[in-house]
Design a protein around this ligand. Structure first.
Ligand code: NDP
Length: 385
């Protein structure tokens, strides 16, 4: 039987011809090729979102009135991407490593795409908005950044929900491209890289499994669709959130067994909190009579859930997600500061978001929210914050 301590040492695959490391390669791809790649990638996913079957669900009542409908076929698109990435790993690993080798050009192309899409959304939104809205340049800038329309749809596809698909599938493809790059560069895959891939894969696959739950999230319910969300989806998430993977390409120290187990336990704890809290709220929004942890769900004023995770803290879903990101960031050790910037950014984002959501809920629920805050005293860290 294999010594379990060897599980986390580098996995040696059949050695192929050594390729120059990322930093030794000249930038070969022309900018226009990257634009075509980005357009083709988003276009294919958009087409897939239009034609692939999937359950159609009614969204929550939108803040602009009406209930949008969503077809949930993101999981099918993700699985197709996984199969294609698997085929590329076997037959064309250089193709799989393309994003890792050309991330600079792709970053430029993704920015061009994001700014163009935000402009198109702005023009479309302003054409359909009342004349009073078309006044000052400051207002125009706010509209460009924050968006004009709450639920823009093209060809029957809701653009806000759709945009999470290229965002997370691109993040998955960047991750596997770093895996391919490490393998092609050195002929092996490190234990750190392997664990990073497994944990991140579970996180992304679970997003698609839970795609229906997104319709009760703040961005879908309340944010208009403009540059801020577009740039976040098409640039920030795939390029910035994959920084730990990029760093791990050049980290070859074996991962001690205790460290691998600790990272996995941290991931599982965070995942339990993050997914558990989101799932409890999702079920509650659909049916107020649910049971949570074996008991009927308790509410404040019949409107806010105060059972399960939502009774322990008001934003434990954010805490859980931070733990999940921490679990794979620490795999990078001290090789680079860059992956820790992602954690810092997310911590800031969640604290700011928790404040904004608090303000919004206070305005929406009034005394009921106050009572809820009295029952669930802490936001993200019980007894601390
Ligand atoms: P929430 O899922 O916490 O949604 C907030 C809304 O839920 C509130 O506005 C309110 O809306 C409702 N709500 C709040 N408390 C209760 C309660 N006790 N009972 C019932 N309803 C309640 O936040 P987000 O939408 O910001 O985040 C969703 C997920 O997305 C989180 O897991 C977060 O971690 C993740 N996320 C990830 C990001 C990333 O970059 N990785 C960025 C942003 C979010 P209502 O008016 O409907 O009652």
């Amino acid at each position: 039987m294999a010594d379990p301590r060897q599980l986390l040492t580098p996995v040696h695959l059949p050695r192929r011809e050594r390729q120059p490391a990322c930093h030794e390669r000249p930038l070969t791809s022309e900018a226009h090729v990257s634009i075509v790649v980005v357009l083709g990638f988003v276009g294919l996913l958009f087409l897939g979102s239009r034609v692939l079957p999937g359950p159609v669900v009614q969204g929550a009542e939108s803040h602009a009135g009406g209930c949008p409908q969503y077809r949930l076929n993101g999981m099918k698109l993700f699985l197709l991407s996984v199969v294609m990435a698997g085929a590329a790993w076997i037959w064309a690993p250089h193709l799989l490593a393309y994003p890792a080798r050309n991330s600079g050009e792709l970053l430029v192309a993704a920015n061009v795409f994001a700014f163009a899409l935000a402009t198109a959304l702005y023009v479309r939104g302003r054409c359909g908005s009342p004349p009073g809205r078309r006044s000052s340049p400051a207002r125009a800038l706010v509209d460009y950044v924050r968006g004009v329309e709450l639920n823009p749809a093209w060809g029957g596809v809701d653009l806000k929900l759709f945009s999470y698909r290229p965002s997370l599938i691109a993040l998955f493809l960047f991750n596997v491209s770093y895996l391919a790059a490490q393998y092609l560069d050195g002929g092996s895959v490190s234990g750190r890289m392997a664990l990073y891939q497994v944990l991140f894969f579970i996180y992304i696959a679970n997003y698609f499994q839970f795609e229906g739950g997104m319709i009760y999230t703040w961005d879908i319910l309340a944010e208009r669709f403009g540059w801020m969300l577009v740039w976040g989806d098409f640039v920030l998430v795939p390029f910035f959130y994959s920084l730990p993977g990029r760093t791990l390409v050049d980290v070859h120290e074996p991962l001690p067994l205790w460290a691998g187990i600790s990272c996995t336990l941290l991931f599982l704890t965070g995942f339990w909190l993050f997914r558990g809290a989101n799932e409890q709220k999702h079920r509650f929004k659909q049916d107020r009579g649910i049971t949570i942890w074996g008991r009927p769900a308790e509410t404040v004023g019949g409107k806010l859930l105060v059972s399960g995770f939502w009774g322990l803290g008001r934003k434990l879903n954010y805490t859980g997600e931070l733990l999940v990101y921490t679990s794979w960031t620490v795999l990078c050790g001290t090789a680079s500061l860059a992956p820790y910037l992602v954690l810092l950014f997310l911590a800031g984002l969640f604290v700011h978001r928790a404040h904004r959501d608090d303000k919004r809920c206070r305005a929406k629920y009034g005394a009921v929210w106050q009572e809820y805050c009295r029952r669930a005293r802490f936001r993200m860290v019980p007894f601390l914050y």
